[in-house]
Write a protein that binds this ligand. Structure first.
Ligand SMILES: [Zn+2]
Length: 297
């Protein structure tokens, strides 16, 4: 059973394809094809054959656009097939502030994404190496960090310490979960505290910044990883570019919030295209696993 089959069997609803429009289902040239087989690249508008999407790592073969991935898609292209064992899959927010309309919004996102929260974590193998994997999903409440997202990160880190295996995190987020107020902000302290414990215990933490990564999540656990990698063209920054331009009445330089810009200014270790990401992670996991004989050069 593939990861995709696993996720659909666990009740995940299929996501609307990025850039899907009324012309979907028509092969270039006008020939009709079954629904869902073709989708349009949101960047260049070329038609993409959906059954090949996983093999292509959801990268447009025409223009190289990296589609924003759901947590399930990310796990499918990262973990060895059938190796991912999810933990705390049913954990839900308790709506600690009784925020008006919050429960309804959570319910809507649950129905649309098949997820219970904006982070999925579990244990898996990557090229045979045991790894604790935690993946954020922007399609659930904009990947915002509330109590469950923070708690799942802390549990993943504690599991990595307990098993003495590296923690691999894919981070994307719009920031703190406003509907959880101070409880949301407390997650910043909790997650950075557990990262400090990982450092003391000498257990490696690798963070991959994916599109988009901003605000409290960028500023808390993601920025204190041992190795910080970004996926090509990801939007990365503390405050979004429009917010800064409005607040200070200035014009930002072009590309100021790209992974490449952050890398040039020392905020990242490296930027890689999706195609190169897994081979890089395999190499890092090999070097950073506690029983590694390869070591860091
Ligand atoms: Zn394209």
């Amino acid at each position: 059973m593939t990861q995709h089959e696993a996720s659909s069997r666990s009740g995940e609803q299929p996501q609307p394809a990025e850039g899907a429009g009324p012309s979907d289902g028509v092969r270039p040239g006008g020939e009709a094809v079954p629904d869902g087989l073709w989708t349009k690249c949101s960047e260049c508008g070329e038609m993409l054959y959906q059954p090949e999407a996983l093999d292509e790592l959801y990268v447009c073969r025409h223009c190289g656009h990296h589609k924003r991935l759901t947590a399930r898609e990310r796990i499918a292209i990262t973990a060895d097939a059938e190796s991912f064992q999810e933990h705390d899959a049913g954990m839900r927010s308790s709506d600690p502030l009784g925020f008006p309309g919050y429960r309804d919004k959570l319910g809507e996102d649950e129905a649309r994404t098949g997820l219970r929260e904006a982070r999925v974590w579990g244990e898996c193998a990557v090229e045979g190496m045991p790894t604790v994997l935690a993946v954020m999903d922007f399609s659930f409440r904009g990947g915002s960090m509330g109590s469950v997202v923070g708690e799942k990160f802390a549990r993943a880190a504690e599991r990595a310490i307990e098993r003495r295996v590296p923690l691999l995190v894919f981070a994307c987020s719009g920031g703190a979960r406003m509907q959880e107020g101070i409880v949301s902000l407390l997650q910043m302290a909790k997650t950075t505290a557990v990262v400090s414990r990982m450092a003391r215990e000498r257990v490696a933490f690798i963070a991959v910044y994916t599109d988009p990564l901003t605000a409290g999540v960028f500023a808390s656990f993601a920025s204190v990883a041992d190795v910080a990698i970004a996926e090509q063209n990801a939007l990365i920054g503390f405050a979004g570019p429009r917010v800064i331009e409005k607040a200070f009445n200035i014009k930002l330089p072009p590309g100021s919030h790209t992974a490449e810009f952050q890398s040039e200014h020392g905020m990242l270790d490296m930027v890689v295209p999706r195609r190169g990401l897994r081979p890089l992670l395999v190499r890092l996991l090999r070097m950073l696993s506690p029983d590694s004989e390869e070591g860091i050069e």
